[in-house]
Design a protein around this ligand. Sequence first.
Ligand code: SAM
Length: 272
Amino acid sequence: MIDTASKVREHYTVTDLIDRIKAALETIAPEDQPLTVSQLAPIDHFHSRGILATTDLADAVGLSPTMRVLDLGCGIGGPARYFAETFGCTVVGVDLSPSFIDAATYLTARCGPSDRLTFQVGDALHTPLEAASFDVVFLHHVAMNIEDRVALYAEVRRVLKPKGRFAIHDIVLRDGDIVYPAPWARDASTSFLLREGETRATLEHAGFKVMHWSDDTKIALDWWKSTAANPPTNELNLSIVMGSDFPVKSGNLARNIRENRVGVLSAVCTLD
Ligand SMILES: C[S@@+](CC[C@H](N)C(=O)[O-])C[C@H]1O[C@@H](n2cnc3c(N)ncnc32)[C@H](O)[C@@H]1O
């Protein structure tokens, strides 16, 4: 039987990802030309509201240059590069998918700031990271793929310093069946959404205190609607990373939100 982590990894595997990214960048930044962190924003923040959600959550946490930050389920590293470049902090990105980590490393070598960023393959449920070694942990649209939330939040708690902060941006379950394929899962076998109340109760049970709790469902839906009405006019879009059926998956996510099947939550919790 195939385990859940392998199925999730397979869901996010795109063949020849770095070549696909290079081809998409050809018109704006060929290999021998400079590339900036902000130029990559259309393809490297894969969550509802893209970089807007990344900046809002970073502002809610309050990052500073002395901080050591962990981005769990970092994808190809867009949020991690944004945190390091904008706030000067040091960031470690961990992701289940080797092809995403390779792409994160390639893109960071091209546009930096590579001295403050490292990426490694790993499972968020049991990372090889040292205990009490991070000031902030981010989890942007990752928990949907993780069934054992108790173990996930325990691992976050383990790696956080005593006054550390945990920043979450999640899809949560509401009423009705989810329409698949969704961006995070082809079917229910790798989809593990909790309701908003269950999420909060599980976090509090793990020892986190909620500092900021926001229902972002409406702003996320408005963003998905405006993205659908104004599709990207160049090659630089999320289909490169999420596969050619991304328009179907993102359309289903917008439908799931519109029909109140799922909601979008952002939160910041602390251990102090
Ligand atoms: C929707 S993407 C979001 C990527 C990134 N956080 C972002 O917002 O740009 C979900 C990511 O979670 C990763 N992921 C899912 N389950 C994971 C696990 N158990 N451990 C580490 N990463 C995981 C996937 O490989 C994928 O990169």
